[in-house]
Design a protein around this ligand. Structure first.
Ligand code: ATP
Length: 512
């Protein structure tokens, strides 16, 4: 199936089963803003729990925070966002559509990569077990030609970004003959910088309202609370502060579902370390974070690290964790070594000392910071994309979300075979005995087959059918989502069978 078709199916599936709705849909929607439905909110909460507990419960030296979205406007001056939180934008004059110039070029790089990968895949098929991928990549003329194009473009692109050379970005787009996907034309405007922060007014105009910003990242709320947490929590360096919260960016391109939104949620952790040790910690957090992703079981080969072409103004090392979405490898998380930039800037702008007295060194310093920053919504899309399967069965087909059991919105569906003979009551009894342990759903409508399909579509790992035998011997049929295998088990065993699988402990066990 074509990649775009898979993506369209994901979007339609998310809507049909109550995961994600367009915001303000009855008013024809609001660009790049989305709402989470009854299933979506459960999945989202589970993703947040997986992240939060892996940070705060599993690390003695990481604590949480919940800072306000509104902050003093000077914070954004100090952080550099007022002056430099820009994206290079370019318009196509025919379609009147707006694009990020850097993303157009990145997509072009992706095309060269795709061509190389296609050659490799073809050869792999032809040569079977005898295939030596590395040798093929180093010698095949078609792969080498594309590699050269990739490397040349990459070097030119990185230089243009680092020099903030907007004319050169446009020239690259022209030289690469990049066309607008809508109009198919190469009729481009110049590239301009565009600040992504939303602003609003606080206080009434009469008493001198001040312009404030909706935070474009949660990190600054952590930096300005560094001293509060360090002192009141008696934290010793190295330590981290984790936060989950909304962030807002006036994104230029808003056509990628929840991959790129104007209102979204971030899970960020700032880890404060002794100067000079930051690159070691950067590498440690890289390992920790990739293990967190891989523990979900979506295939190690679908993740990779991507070094930044251009380091942000505050960073001395930066890497993205990328996942292979239906539309190619894309960033899910960023890991950045932010140096002492933010804390030093806040020292300067606030006039307050933001230091740590290190008893081992017997000196005070501004701590260095390693950050891990992941979007909840982008992670949500990644999980749904990785879990979505269309399976051909003997007689029919099914769509199943093979979600990791701890993340599934509903863990157990209890289905009475018929709506009479005391079976509904028995089913309710089962739910009452388990509902404090995990999310259960009762469903008595339609045939059992249809009910199974509905649960498959929302990723419920276990279904239990209550039949006439259940009333006699307190047993039920349990059906497993992925294998569709069924077995007869005692009702009293359900808690153990299901509890063991849906518990986060299984995932956490893979992180150590
Ligand atoms: P991109 O290059 O895709 O715009 P970024 O490098 O600006 O992303 P960061 O500032 O590093 O992103 O933000 C950290 C994480 O927050 C990203 O890895 C992503 O998961 C998430 N994120 C950033 N912008 C958005 C957005 N507009 N919508 C949804 N998630 C986002």
């Amino acid at each position: 199936m074509a990649q775009e078709d898979i993506f369209k199916k994901l979007v339609a599936h998310c809507k049909e089963y109550g995961f994600v709705f367009q915001s303000s849909e009855i008013y024809d929607g609001l660009g790049a803003v989305y709402d989470y439905g009854q299933m979506g909110v459960e999945l989202k909460n589970n993703i947040k729990k997986y992240w939060w507990d892996s940070m705060v419960l599993l690390h003695e030296n990481v604590v949480g925070l919940d800072s306000a979205i509104f902050m003093h406007p000077t914070i954004w001056k100090a952080s550099g966002h007022v002056d430099a939180f820009n994206d290079p934008l370019i318009d196509n004059k025919d379609s009147k559509k707006r694009y990020r110039a850097d993303v157009l070029i990145e997509d072009q790089l992706g095309k060269f990569e795709e061509k190389m990968n296609k050659e490799v895949a073809k050869a792999k098929k032809r040569f079977g077990d005898a295939f030596d991928e590395q040798q093929f990549r180093e010698t095949n003329p078609r792969v080498l030609a594309n590699k050269q194009k990739y490397d040349e473009l990459h070097a030119r692109f990185a230089k243009a970004l680092n020099d903030s050379n907007l004319e050169e970005l446009k020239q690259i787009i022209i030289d690469q003959e990049i066309v607008c996907p809508i109009s198919g034309s190469r009729n481009w405007t110049d590239v301009r910088q565009f600040n992504l922060m939303f602003s609003t007014e606080m206080g009434s105009t009469a008493d001198g309202a001040s312009k404030i910003f909706l935070r474009p990242e949660t990190a600054q709320g952590i930096f300005v609370n560094y001293l509060n947490v360090q002192k009141t929590g008696r934290m010793k360096i190295p330590f981290g502060i984790a936060q989950i919260g909304k962030a807002f960016r006036n994104e230029i391109v808003a056509r990628q579902f929840i991959f790129r939104m104007r209102e979204f949620e971030q899970m960020e952790m700032q880890f404060f370390v002794r100067p000079g040790t930051e690159l070691d910690w950067f590498n440690k957090w890289k390992d920790t974070r990739i293990a967190w992703h891989r523990a979900l079981g979506f295939g190690d080969e679908n993740y990779r690290f991507h070094e930044h072409e251009k380091l942000a103004h505050y960073a001395n090392a930066a890497v993205d964790v990328e996942y292979k979405f239906p539309f190619g490898f894309k960033e899910v998380e960023g890991i950045h070594s932010r140096t002492d930039f933010d804390l030093s800037q806040h020292e300067e702008y606030s006039g307050k000392k933001i230091r740590y007295f290190d008893p081992e060194l017997n000196e005070s310093y501004v701590p260095y910071v390693v950050e891990t920053s992941i979007g909840v919504d982008r992670m949500f899309l990644q999980v749904v994309a990785a879990s979505y399967c269309e399976e051909q069965l003997e007689k029919d087909s099914r769509v199943v979300l093979k979600l990791p059991a701890p993340l599934a919105p509903i863990k157990l569906a209890v289905l009475p075979l018929v709506k009479k003979d005391g079976l509904p009551e028995k089913a309710r009894e089962i739910i009452d005995s388990l509902k404090f342990d995990f999310n259960c759903q009762y469903d008595e409508k339609d045939s059992i087959g249809k009910r199974y399909r509905r649960q498959d579509a929302i990723g419920t790992p276990f279904c239990v059918t209550v039949d006439h035998q259940s009333a006699e011997d307190n047993t039920v049929t349990i059906r497993y989502r992925d294998t569709m295998k069924q077995e007869r088990v005692a009702i009293s065993d359900l808690g153990n069978i299901i509890g063991g699988q849906v518990n986060f402990k299984g995932l956490f066990g893979k992180l150590n």
